[in-house]
Design a protein around this ligand. Structure first.
Ligand code: ACO
Length: 331
């Protein structure tokens, strides 16, 4: 039996975006930058900022509630809560357990996984694997990122790029003939970790006064090197996911790439042979929300009717680790 027939399908999606908008003009008051620089180098016009008392778990739970409502599943039906976040509320226990407590999904197992911006695509692969292994029927994949809490607001090279938000999907076992996850591809290269990382504040270099003073607990990124790897990796991931689905770019209705930089999106679409009218973009409005970018874009496109039942979507992402991944999904 083909994996897609035994595996999962996306039964509902949801998102949560904080109300507070930070425009490029406001960024000009925080660091030495300009709207023109940010727009031309990245495509970003504005991003969202979560209030101090709203956590990654809070945002993730809101996105999950909407996805569950759309999929028409109750908390008791959820077997597994998978959470991708680079900004866990605390280091122990997992944010997945915190979200489980908020949602009251008392029959579920819950765990976090860390693959940065590739999180939604890793999450779909994990959900698929648990369903195929008959460990779960209904899985919540939640990507929630309070990037404002780990960005160095004094560093113009990173602070202008990121935003806060959460996206979620309910993945359920599909019946033959229904939509499904048609192919998955995941890869990593840990030798490149230090091009995009938080050097300190973990168990190797625990948080202390020196770490705080050096601000080495915050995100550091070698932008141009990351840019080059991102384009290469997203192209490889798109190729592999299409190959594994026995499809070409002609079979794809829409592509949802990770939303780090408009120039990376353009290059990936061009390489994959997908015209920009078929590429879903939200980096202009939300910046890079790490793993939340793809599911938020997916949810918006479903809500607006751009994507409907039967649409074939190629989702592709790249992130810290480095990690990269792609999935072809029939909705
Ligand atoms: N405003 C004004 N000038 C700036 C800013 C800013 N916000 N940031 C950098 N500059 C300056 C630099 O200081 C540099 O000036 P200099 O030449 O005088 O030294 C100049 O602009 C060019 O800097 P570069 O870093 O070479 O600029 P580049 O064109 O590469 O754009 C960017 C930088 C946008 C970060 C780009 O490299 C990029 O998008 N990289 C990829 C990021 C990414 O994909 N991340 C994804 C993973 S995220 C995750 O996993 C959480």
């Amino acid at each position: 039996m083909r994996v897609a027939e035994r595996g999962g399908r996306i039964a509902g999606t949801g998102r949560h975006l904080p109300d507070r908008v930070v425009t490029n003009a406001e960024m000009e008051t925080i660091v030495e930058t300009s709207d023109e620089w940010i727009r031309t180098r990245t495509g970003i016009r504005e991003r969202r900022l979560a209030p101090e008392d709203v956590s990654a778990a809070d945002m993730g739970a809101e996105a999950a509630k909407r996805a569950m409502c759309e999929a028409n599943v109750s908390g008791d039906e959820i077997d597994l809560v998978l959470v991708s976040t680079a900004t866990p509320d605390r280091l122990l226990p997992s944010t997945a357990c915190d979200i489980q407590a908020i949602l009251g999904t008392r029959n579920a197992a819950a765990y976090d996984f860390a693959s940065a911006c590739s999180g939604f695509l890793y999450g779909l692969s994990l959900a698929q694997a648990h369903i195929v292994a008959e460990q779960a029927e209904t899985v919540l994949v939640i990507c929630t990122e309070k990037m404002s809490s780990i960005v160095d607001w004094g560093d113009r090279r990173t602070s202008v790029l990121f935003g806060d938000g959460a996206g979620a999907a309910v993945v359920r076992r599909s019946d033959p003939g229904e939509g499904g996850i048609l192919s998955s591809f995941m890869k990593s290269d840990g030798t490149l970790a230090e091009l995009l990382y938080r050097p300190a504040g973990g168990a190797r270099i625990p948080m202390d006064v020196a770490v705080l003073e050096e601000r080495s607990h915050l995100v550091k990124m070698a932008g141009p090197e990351v840019f080059r790897s991102a384009v290469r990796s997203m192209c490889e991931a798109a190729d592999e996911a299409l190959r594994r689905a026995a499809m070409t770019s002609e079979d794809i209705d829409f592509m949802i790439p990770h939303q780090a930089n408009m120039r990376i999106i353009d290059a990936t679409a061009k390489y994959a042979g997908i015209p920009m009218e078929k590429v879903i973009v939200n980096v202009d409005r939300y910046g890079n929300m790490s793993s939340a970018s793809v599911p938020v874009a997916l949810d918006e496109a479903r809500e607006s009717g751009v994507l409907g039942q039967g649409s074939v979507v190629l989702m592709v992402a790249f992130g810290a680790g480095f990690t990269w991944a792609a999935n072809v999904v029939r909705l």
